[in-house]
Design a protein around this ligand. Structure first.
Ligand code: UDP
Length: 322
């Protein structure tokens, strides 16, 4: 029996593939390579296909005995989703519905969904717990929320067992140096900052220094990508052991401001930054922190790599070599 990983050529998906292979799972990666990279898939079978084609998806389930699906493939730029919501709803919803349909037809019962902190919108309490209201502020977050909303109905009607993993800020690179963040264009803080230090992102700015936080810059909950990947395998094994469907945060309750990240990057790289401040990015909230308690208790999740300096160290090594 194999595990199907959609988006397995992407940043988080490729790390999860590596984790599954290390744990001796048979892995099938399905990716259209629109934003992923074939070089990041370090093993398993690879199929280039598009989830928006139900026939492409059905073919996979005809050829392989799939036991579970880890669904990473999605468009993920908040800014772009404001500008082109149709693209986001079309991609993210059609892909998920096609995948679920093919799973139902093939009798596949386990689904691990890449959700996001963006499903919560403006936090009413910090740290955010899983029962916090879901009020996404942008089309990207709404597309993740809509898929999450579908899943309990499929559990009730078809017995689909799922875990929606709500990622906070994925960061860092493979501790072995094989995999890392490779987005074009790059919009995330840590890679943008490191590319700036390498002279490849001269326009780097801190978006907003007038937030109601200690130093005026926004605070986020950074989780190492290898810790995120590990949580997927734990979630899968929880379902395989008969666990019930859940939505689970992957966060740490510990936040760092953009300026603290800049200082940590200076320390790790030994290079100096004179950051420019720009306006706030539309939709950015001042503080986003998640309680990771449920993941710890229910899955036995531990954050082994999520120390901020280690996150930056691994990302720096990756960017120096790529
Ligand atoms: N940020 C920044 N400059 C950049 C990229 C990001 O100041 O070039 C800020 C962004 O406004 C947010 C934080 O860094 O407050 C983390 O942003 P990122 O895009 O990495 O993740 P998000 O929290 O938006 O999912």
């Amino acid at each position: 029996m194999a595990i199907l990983v959609t988006g397995g050529a992407g940043y988080i998906g490729s790390q999860a593939v590596k984790e599954l292979l290390q744990r001796k799972y048979e892995v099938i990666v399905f990716d259209n390579l629109s934003t992923g990279h074939r070089e990041l898939v370090r093993g398993g079978s690879f199929i280039q296909g598009d989830l928006r084609s139900l026939e492409d998806v059905r073919t996979v389930f005809r050829h392989y005995q799939v036991e579970a699906v880890l669904h990473f493939a999605a468009l993920m730029q908040v800014g772009e989703s404001y500008a082109d919501p149709q693209k986001y709803y079309l991609h993210n919803l059609t892909s998920s519905l096609n995948l679920l349909q093919a799973m139902l037809e093939a009798g596949v019962k386990y689904f691990i969904f890449s959700s996001s902190a963006a499903v919560y919108g403006q936090p009413a309490e910090i740290p955010i717990l899983e029962d916090h209201p879901l009020l996404p502020l942008n089309p990207y977050g709404a597309s993740k929320f809509m898929v999450e909303r579908i899943l309990p109905d499929y559990d009730r009607a078809y017995g689909l067992k799922y875990v929606s993993l709500r990622y906070f800020n994925a960061a860092g690179a493979d501790p072995d140096g094989e995999l890392g963040e490779w987005h074009e264009p790059e919009t995330h803080l840590i890679p943008s900052l490191l590319l700036h230090l390498l002279g490849r992102n001269p326009g780097f700015q801190i978006f907003g220094n007038d937030f109601p936080t200690a130093d005026g810059t926004a605070v986020r909950d950074y989780i190492h990508v290898a810790d995120l990947a590990g949580a997927h395998v734990l979630a899968l094994e929880m379902l395989q052991a008969g666990g019930s469907s859940q939505a689970i945060n992957l966060g740490s309750s510990r936040g760092y401001s953009v300026l603290e990240v800049v200082q940590a990057a200076e320390k790790v790289t030994g290079r100096k930054i004179s950051p420019k401040f720009g306006p706030r990015r539309p939709g950015d909230v001042p503080v986003l922190l998640a309680s990771g308690k449920k993941a710890e208790t229910l899955l036995g999740w531990q954050r082994r790599f999520s120390d901020l300096e280690f996150i930056i160290e691994t990302a720096w090594k990756w960017h120096l070599n790529h």
